[in-house]
Every structure is written in C-alpha cells, then in structure tokens.
Design a protein around this ligand. Structure first.
Ligand code: FE2
Ligand code: FE2
Length: 187
C-alpha cells in the first residue's frame, strides 16, 4: 500500500478511495474533484489542531462531501447523496462507530446550508470546505465561519492562496493511483 502522512487512523484505504472515486461522475481534477477534497482534508486537519474536531471524521468528510455531485454548479441534494454513499460503503469498505458516523452524515447533509452552530467536528468540516472557496473566486467570509481558527485572517489568506492558485496537495496523486487510470479524464 502507498502510505501518506495525512491519514488519521489509516481510515483512507485504496478500497475506500476506489469505491468513492469510481462512482464520481465529474472530472477528477475539476472544481469539486480530488484536489479540492485534498485541500479540504489539509484545511480540516489544520483546523482540528485548534478545535476538538475528530480527524477521522474530517478525513472522511473531505473525500465524501462532494463525491456525489452531478454538476459543478448549483447541485441541490449533493450533500445528502454524499451522506447516503457514506452509509452505503460503511461496513462494506470501511468501518466507523455510530457516534462518528452520525457526525459525518450530518456534516455531509448540511455542508451547503450555511450553518455555524453544532458539534466542533461538524463545524470544522464545514469550515474546511469554506476555506477552499477561493477556487471559485470567492474570498471566505470570516463572519460566516463556524470556528474561530478558520475565521482568522492569516488562516483565510493561507487557504485562499492555495485555493486560487490551484494547489494540488501531494496526496491527490496517491488517491489517483489507488483509484485507477481514469484520472486522466480531468487533466
Ligand atoms: Fe459541496
Ligand atoms: Fe466541497
């Protein structure tokens, strides 16, 4: 197995990535594709260092929250579809206790609702996604963040620079290798 450092408890396995990416219908390197998932992961793990967020849930949220999008624009219900995928794969290609799964499911369902209240893990998931809005030419609004850390000007500047610049975290290539050869479709 190819190892990478940002994989709390080894929750991301080749089998899980392959199952998620295999059903993803958009270009792998598109607006909501694997580099976005990877930046959300890195944003989320950084936020988790300053909150009580669960890194395992953050990690699963990163690769699932947009995995069932059907277009790159306004896609009503894609969060719930991602949550449904999380449920379908659970116990099949990954294992997660009920408490963590409930957080993951809720975070996926509501990640586009603009909410800022709730469990620290859920709020950290949402802010990890919000910090990557620069890729669609939106500067993250500190007033809409759900954690104090993600609302910090230096954190927004750091994330926005990576997002607008199209930074591709190294883990992206690991995931593409795990998922198979079709990644070329998004290049
Ligand atoms: Fe989304
Ligand atoms: Fe997203």
């Amino acid at each position: 197995m190819i190892e990478f450092e940002k994989n709390p408890d080894g929750v991301l396995t080749p089998g899980l990535l392959k199952a998620i990416v295999g059903q993803y219908s958009l270009p792998w390197r598109g607006t909501h594709g694997l580099p976005h998932w990877a930046r959300v992961l890195e944003n989320g793990l950084r936020i988790a260092e300053h909150t009580d967020a669960d890194p395992v849930v953050i990690t699963l949220f990163a690769v699932l929250h947009d995995a069932c999008r059907l277009n790159e624009g306004w896609d009503r219900g894609h969060g719930r579809r991602g949550a449904d995928l999380a449920a379908a794969l659970r116990g099949n290609v990954y294992v997660l206790d009920d408490r963590r799964f409930d957080l993951l499911h809720y975070a996926c369902v509501h990640h586009t609702d603009g909410l800022t209240d709730g469990d620290p893990t859920v709020r950290s998931c949402w802010d990890a996604d919000r910090l990557d809005l620069g890729r669609v030419h939106i500067t993250p609004d500190p007033g809409r963040m759900a954690t104090g850390f993600a609302a910090r000007p230096d954190v927004i500047e750091w994330a926005e620079g990576r997002s607008r610049g199209g930074y591709v975290p190294p883990v992206t290539r690991v995931w593409e290798a795990w998922a198979g050869a079709q990644g070329a479709s998004g290049d």
